[in-house]
Ligand binder design. Structure first.
Ligand code: AMP
Ligand code: GLY
Length: 426
């Protein structure tokens, strides 16, 4: 079996690693992948946005399954194009990916179908947006309507900050969504969907703020852990029946068969109600780096069941995860991230990897002389597994200490206080 995986971050390294363990023993191709994935398959010089190039390669090599990591190719219609040519793709069609790249589409879908989320107003003109602020109170939530990799949201403590965020969005010609601020704890649920059946993974929590104690700017994610004690069976059942299933059904009612991962970013409000913060049309990063290491089912089988619409075969038991095991991932970033940061700093890795730890590359590059250097904001993810959260955490941080590069930056409090982890702080 030949699988083409699109993307090059820590998420894709984790997906590649898990695919490589399948009983199908797939031959893996990566567009473009990263240096950490080199030993798992063949890296190709095709950009994730080069849809024609990807299609030609998949046809020429008779690829059996294409797995899409990032949202960008999905938002450009990669799945639609591949379907046209009879190729199998794990990832939704463009109309389905709107759930991520159009906040307006996602919000309307939720409102029309009674799916719980924050009150909101969609504003296409700056003057409207400024006037609309009066309908809300601080903290104001201002979201740019477009793909933003988790960075297009401003939580403004004051009216002046909110006005500045609105001005910044319209300077880029981005309409905005203004939202009610939701209090509570965040939870990420990644669910496999074949258009009919929805099967959630264990929940994860993602640390989005750059600084310890959840301070500083939003990032793509500084660390994560799973499973989450807050996500009881009862809460997961409620998420399934009030969020995941109605969303996939509402899409289907519009003629959109949603196949791939539906990522629900949720706020669990103080009374225990799950409300949607955002949807994504793909695996989360860095949630994938804690969820996939715990997945007990074969990932290739699951992805094939998703594209072949046979996920209901798994429904009686649900997806299976390693019992009594917790995973923690810590993201090592370049100094300055999420702002400007240097590239090209040499990285040294531990000679031996301790058991129950995993290193996933994110923003790295190999030089012609084989040295590995930093090449992105999020550079490396270290995942630790353990019987307890504390054990998993200690294993991850032990390896974090063994990886060196100039400017290495990370949060020391990932999974330290899970109950308080994601409460918003200005
Ligand atoms: P998003 O890109 O929509 O996931 O937003 C990024 C982050 O901003 C979320 O993970 C939350 O921490 C925060 N956020 C977004 N919307 C809200 C909201 N309505 N209430 C509170 N926090 C929010
Ligand atoms: N961890 C947040 C995201 O993948 O969007």
């Amino acid at each position: 079996m030949k699988i083409l995986l699109i993307g090059n971050g820590g998420r894709e390294h984790a997906i590649a690693w898990r695919l490589s363990q399948s009983h199908h023993q797939p031959q893996l191709y990566f567009a473009q992948g990263n240096p950490g994935m080199q030993e798992l398959g063949q890296r190709l010089d095709i950009d994730v946005t080069d849809l024609q190039g990807l299609l030609l390669f998949a046809q020429k090599e008779q690829i059996d399954l294409t797995v899409v990591g990032p949202e960008l190719p999905l938002s450009m219609g990669l799945a639609d194009l591949f379907h046209e040519y009879g190729l199998k793709v794990f990832g939704p069609v463009q109309a389905g990916a709107q759930i991520e790249f159009s906040k307006a589409f996602a919000k309307k879908l939720m409102l029309d179908n009674g799916i719980p989320t924050a009150q909101y107003r969609f504003c296409e003109r700056e003057a409207d947006a400024l006037a609309t602020l009066n309908e809300f109170s601080a903290p104001f939530v201002i979201k740019e309507d477009g793909l933003a990799a988790g960075k297009g949201v401003t939580i403004a403590e004051t009216q002046a900050q909110a006005e500045a965020a609105i001005a910044a969005a319209f300077q880029k010609n981005m309409p905005v969504v203004i939202e009610e601020f939701m209090h509570g704890q965040e939870l990420s649920v990644l669910a496999f969907c074949d258009g009919k059946t929805v099967l959630p993974c264990i929940a994860a929590q993602d640390y989005k703020k750059a600084g310890e104690g959840n301070t500083g700017p939003n990032t793509g994610g500084m660390g994560a852990y799973a499973p989450v004690p807050l996500a009881t069976d009862e809460l997961m059942a409620r998420i399934q029946s009030t969020v995941l299933e109605p969303t996939v059904q509402a899409l289907q009612a519009q003629g959109i068969t949603y196949q791939g991962i539906l990522y629900a970013g949720l706020m669990i409000t103080p009374d225990g109600t799950p409300k949607v913060v955002e949807f994504n049309a793909r695996f989360g990063d860095p949630e994938t780096q804690v969820v996939l290491p715990l997945l007990a089912d074969d990932l290739v089988d699951l992805m094939l069941a998703t594209v072949n619409q046979t996920l209901h075969d798994y429904a009686p038991t649900g997806l299976r995860f390693q019992p009594d095991t917790t995973a923690v991932t810590v993201v090592l970033t370049a100094a300055g991230y999420p702002g400007d940061y240097p590239k090209g700093q040499p990285i040294t890795f531990p000679q031996y990897l301790e058991t129950d730890t995993l290193i996933f590359h994110a923003g790295t590059k190999v030089l012609p002389d084989q040295r590995k250097v930093t090449h992105g904001g999020r550079v490396i993810n270290v995942t630790g597994l353990g019987q307890t959260l504390e054990e998993a955490r200690q294993r991850a941080y032990a390896v974090v200490q063994q990886i060196q590069f100039e400017g290495k930056t990370f949060r020391r409090d990932i999974a330290a206080q899970p109950a308080l982890a994601l409460l918003h702080k200005p």
